[in-house]
Write a protein that binds this ligand. Structure first.
Ligand code: MN
Length: 244
């Protein structure tokens, strides 16, 4: 057990060092505490209050989505990692891009739970209360070049989300040629798994858990509302990172 804990500490760096002493001091038996490994993956904070995106995205949907759905992916992922510690030391993007190379016994569960963790970690950042109302700079220029207008790009993303049967995501991303492209992924698949795609700029969760409390079955109403809370600054940063 020491070996596994030590390897996780190396993979996690300073953050693990903050967790381990608190576990040791919390328990009456120091030897017992040493067998508890810190979690390899943790639920990131939203960065804003649950009700900050009201009235577009309601607080109860945000709470369930973040504290139950996303937390569930993190919990499942850590359970997989406890049996497959090498996953903890590898960047998620690398694992997700090579998902087909993983042992067949864990491939689906990593795909779903690491994919879910990666997608949602981005998703919370891609929303913001009171942010810019439209894209600017290089992202605006790229959108105009690829789609003609921001509205036309939004229509394309909405169509991708509406035509995704069942659960998944609608994306604006950068293709391998550096041009902006729209696509969708099933379930918790990430842009890393899509041929011809360099990465995601904007990802909209179109699982029913993202909108059913407020919008019931009206996915199109949710998609319209979603564009009212998009964090264009984060999207712009993601775009410029993918062009670099
Ligand atoms: Mn979700």
């Amino acid at each position: 057990m020491m070996n596994r804990r030590d390897s996780l500490k190396v993979a996690l760096g300073a953050s693990a060092a903050l967790i381990v002493p608190s576990l040791v001091s919390a328990g009456p038996d120091a030897a017992m505490a040493q067998t508890i490994a810190p979690p390899a993956f943790t639920l990131p904070p939203l960065g804003y209050a649950l009700d900050a995106l009201e009235p577009h995205i309601d607080a109860e949907t945000m709470r369930i989505h973040h504290e139950l759905h996303h937390a569930g992916y993190v919990k499942n992922l850590n359970a997989i990692v406890s049996d497959n510690p090498s996953l903890a030391g590898m960047p998620m993007a690398k694992t997700l891009r090579a998902i087909d190379k993983l042992p067949s016994g864990i491939q689906d569960s990593v795909r779903n739970n690491m994919g879910g963790h990666w997608n949602h970690s981005l998703f919370w950042q891609l929303m913001a209360p009171g942010g810019a109302k439209e894209p600017s700079g290089k992202l605006k220029a790229g959108i105009d070049e690829a789609f003609g207008s921001v509205a036309a790009m939004q229509d394309a993303v909405n169509k991708a989300g509406l035509s995704r049967f069942g659960s998944g995501w609608a994306w604006l991303g950068v293709g391998t040629q550096g041009k902006l492209v729209v696509f969708s992924t099933p379930n918790q698949d990430t842009p890393h798994m899509v041929a011809g795609v360099r990465g995601g700029v904007i990802g909209v969760d179109v699982w029913e858990h993202a909108y059913y409390l407020k919008h019931r079955s009206a996915r199109s109403a949710y998609l319209s509302a979603w564009w009212s809370v998009v964090n264009w600054d984060k999207a712009g940063e993601a775009y410029e990172r993918l062009l670099a």
